[in-house]
Design a protein. Structure first.
Length: 190
């Protein structure tokens, strides 16, 4: 309880700095609830873990994914080369329709990351999410989530999220589009 992290958030496409994001452990009980807000106090959707690192609510996308089963933000084993795959479903906030999601996780290895707040020995974890989006005109939605987990902090110190999807035309081809691409870096923690 009480741990907190502040991240600088940047739009990867144009380099624009977005409001900093503060996250903190707000509740520990049946799960671990991490509250989030932008600088200035604007609340953001919260994150929920069944156990630390196992998400029941992933809030960093265009809308939160409330999964039926815990989905690894990082796997239990941090051994380089460790791979995991999970197929489950998620619901939108207030929704009852179950969308499918498939999550592939791989531990790429140890990397030393230098940020303005210090240098950290991290484990690079890559997640690939294939899912049915609530916008049914989208197909082949694929999201990439790369995080650098610092075991000494028990949290990631850098993260990148991006995605792509296709909207088919009447002839089965269609066009590919990109989702937001963000980069976070740790500014402070306690």
């Amino acid at each position: 309880m009480g741990q907190s992290w502040t991240y600088q958030k940047r739009n990867h496409f144009n380099g624009e700095l977005l409001p900093n994001v503060r996250e903190w452990v707000a509740a520990v009980g049946a799960g671990i609830e991490v509250h989030r807000q932008e600088a200035g106090g604007t609340p953001l959707p919260h994150e929920l873990h069944s156990t630390w690192g196992q998400l029941l609510r992933d809030p960093v996308w265009d809308y939160p994914l409330n999964t039926v089963q815990p989905v690894p933000l990082w796997p239990a084993s941090l051994a380089p080369g460790h791979r995991a795959s999970l197929h489950t479903h998620y619901l939108e906030d207030g929704g009852s329709y179950r969308h499918w999601v498939q999550v592939y996780t791989v531990v790429k290895g140890w990397e030393r990351v230098t940020l303005p707040v210090g240098t950290f020995d991290t484990v690079r974890v890559e997640r690939l999410l294939r899912l049915s989006h609530h916008d049914h005109t989208r197909v082949d939605t694929l999201r990439r989530d790369v995080l650098w987990l610092a075991p000494e902090l028990g949290r990631w110190v850098a993260r990148e999220t991006s995605g792509r999807y296709r909207i088919p035309d009447g002839e089965g081809r269609g066009s590919e589009y990109l989702e937001d691409h963000f980069h976070w870096e740790l500014l402070a923690w306690q």
